[in-house]
Write a protein that binds this ligand. Structure first.
Ligand code: UDP
Length: 463
């Protein structure tokens, strides 16, 4: 979801601002996921949506990491992609997701320019660009490296804060990330879902004149248009005082251990604050915080006994999935406990809601560092030695955000960034201009294709 939502927004905004561009949106997803289906079915008529037939993955081990799974799914789907591209009349560009660089081979066969849509931070993109160098210059695991990792324009990072798949260099997931990062230089351009006010240092470094491939910061692109709220939480928010509710949500894949879930619940209760919590069943696998084997059909049932009754009136729980962007946009929402997925972060910025960082997987530890040290729109709880944030600490940090001085500081800073985000997306703003450049490139590619094939119908080609 974290890749699909911003890519769909990118497509939507491109066709909305530049009517002469049409888009064919191709996914690998299974059609059974309702949240995915609701994104795809909300695309405007100028965007055709196609799902590739699922490739056979039955030979793969069950403990394969998500990065390997995505990469293998795509590389095994290239014949279907080839078939789709050959059936389209005039393709002016192929845009792939961050782990989609194997599709470049197909683009080259058809002589089509190739782009990457990068749904994460400029800092993570910088890591991807420099990973081949790091791979040859650092001999140990990055987390054991005594020196911080220095990326151009970024705050220094501890090796242990780097994204998950690079934490074990012997795992296939690392090899896949390295493989893709080596192919980033082949792209004709990279569309980045960020903006300079949010990540000034890394974006300036990535967009220095002459850097290759060119990077277009087109963000913040967040989900627009609401989905139906079957949970009743928006109505509940309508009845709460302005800025009084803390929203707790760990993205589409984040789960907590049983112990952590209990401590979080107890801490929210102790804090005395209002809260809305998208609860997922706890992870049954120790140390797993992503796509766990969580199995209970009733996540709320896994909360401590009596919790729901004791917090009635000031706490609301929704099972698994909340209409997050509408919740963050609601005037009653005043804070966000987030796993720091990049889309969640951007939504928080766009709606001006300060955060408590609770990174779980992927590149979220890097995002948390960024939010605290560079953007300064978030605060962080202290984790115990056993890796669990205890209830007293949860209560302390929640009160600090919702009514303390620390909270006031990050709130005023996120409101400033919210204004800047609005500007950057409006006419004349830097993201709007970057998107204009993208559209121009696509038209040039299309004219080039048309001239080559002696077709000149005046309509830009398909992406
Ligand atoms: N989301 C949502 N409801 C939920 C959980 C997530 O609408 O209960 C949306 C959220 O608004 C965001 C996306 O799913 O747009 C999650 O993306 P993110 O990059 O934050 O995290 P990921 O799920 O990829 O880890």
């Amino acid at each position: 979801m974290g890749h699909l939502i911003p890519l769909a927004e990118f497509a939507r905004r491109l066709t909305h601002l530049h009517h002469d561009i049409s888009i064919t949106f191709t996914t690998l997803s299974s059609s059974s996921n309702n949240a995915e289906q609701s994104i795809l079915s909300s695309l405007p008529p100028s965007i055709t949506s196609l799902t590739l037939p699922p490739p056979s993955l039955s030979d793969l081990p069950s403990d394969l990491k998500i990065e390997s799974l995505i990469s293998l799914s795509l590389s095994r789907s290239l014949p279907s992609l080839r078939h789709i591209i050959s059936s389209l009349p005039d393709v002016s560009a192929l845009v792939v997701d961050l782990f989609g660089t194997d599709a470049f081979d197909v683009a080259e066969e058809f002589n089509i320019p190739k782009y990457i849509f990068f749904p994460s931070t400029a800092m993570t993109l910088s890591l991807f660009k420099h990973l081949p160098d790091l791979d040859s210059s650092v001999s140990c695991e990055y987390r054991d490296s005594p020196d911080p990792i220095r990326l151009p324009g970024c705050v220094p990072l501890r090796g242990s804060d780097l994204l998950d798949p690079v934490q074990d260099r012997t795992n296939d997931a690392y090899k896949w990330v390295l493989h893709h990062s080596k192919r980033y230089g082949l792209a004709d351009g990279i569309f980045l879902n960020s903006f300079e006010d949010l990540e000034p240092g890394p974006i300036r470094a990535l967009t220095e004149p002459g850097s290759k491939p060119p990077v277009y910061p087109v963000g913040p692109l967040v989900r627009t248009g609401g989905s139906e709220d079957s949970t009743g939480c928006l109505e509940w928010l309508d009845r709460q005082p302005s800025g009084s509710v803390l929203f707790v949500c760990f993205g589409s894949g984040g789960t907590l251990s049983v112990d952590q879930l209990t401590e979080l619940a107890a801490g929210l209760e102790m804090s005395g604050q209002r809260f809305l919590w998208a609860v997922k069943s706890p992870s049954k696998v120790s140390n797993s915080s992503f796509f766990s084997a969580a199995s209970s059909d009733d996540p709320v049932g896994s909360l401590p006994e009596g919790f729901v009754e004791r917090t009635k009136g000031r706490g609301m729980m929704v099972p698994s999935w909340a209409p997050q962007s509408q919740v963050l946009a609601h005037t009653s929402t005043g804070g966000f406990v987030s796993h720091c997925g990049w889309n969640s972060t951007l939504e928080s910025v766009v709606y001006g809601v300060p955060l408590i960082v609770w990174p779980l997987y992927a590149e979220q530890k890097m995002n948390a560092v960024n939010l605290i040290e560079q953007a300064k729109i978030a605060i962080r709880p202290t984790t115990g030695e056993d890796g669990v944030v205890r209830r007293e600490e949860v209560s302390r940090i929640v009160r600090a955000l919702m009514e303390g001085e620390e909270g006031m500081g990050v709130r005023s800073r996120v409101k400033e960034l919210q204004e800047r985000a609005k500007k950057t997306l409006s006419e004349g703003g830097s993201s709007c201009k970057a998107l204009g450049e993208v559209a121009l490139k696509l038209r040039q590619n299309s004219n080039h294709n048309n001239n080559n094939s002696s077709v000149a119908n005046g309509v830009s080609g398909d992406v």
